[in-house]
Ligand binder design. Structure first.
Ligand code: SF4
Length: 78
């Protein structure tokens, strides 16, 4: 069966946390470009980082270019 949304859709803070760091317009953009676009969610940096680290810091956006090491370093220095 073809999925119509990212497996993390129902839990993802980017979509559901009211205090997330992005505007409503920005959120809608990501939702269309990644979260509900079949196959695109595998390219989402939040998805990739979540699979690898079992969590994803809020500063990581779907189109982030940060490496996993850079994300860990940034998180450690928050
Ligand atoms: S932001 Fe990424 S991890 Fe979150 S629901 Fe959208 S595609 Fe999935």
């Amino acid at each position: 069966m073809k999925k119509d949304k990212c497996p993390s859709y129902d839990q993802c803070k980017l979509l559901h946390a009211e205090d997330f760091i992005i505007s409503a317009e920005h959120r809608q953009h990501y939702k269309s470009a990644f979260c509900t676009k079949s196959a695109a969610w595998d390219k989402c940096r939040r998805m990739q980082v979540g699979k690898k680290l079992h969590f994803c810091p809020d500063f990581v956006l779907p189109d982030s270019k940060l490496s996993t090491d850079e994300i860990i370093d940034t998180f450690d220095n928050l």
